[in-house]
Design a protein around this ligand. Sequence first.
Ligand SMILES: [Zn+2]
Length: 60
Amino acid sequence: MRRKGDLPTKTCVTCGRPFAWRKKWERCWEEVLTCSERCRRVRRGSRRGGGGASAPGAMP
Ligand SMILES: [Zn+2]
């Protein structure tokens, strides 16, 4: 059962939303954890500074 356009999906570790494969990730899809550059920065930035307010997976 294969369909054209049936792209793999992942769940963003930052915002918790599902996102689909993109051309720009064709070489690093296994390493992609976030849906966008913005979430990627948020995730990186939240590591420093001792935040915790926007911890991933905290939403019900
Ligand atoms: Zn995201």
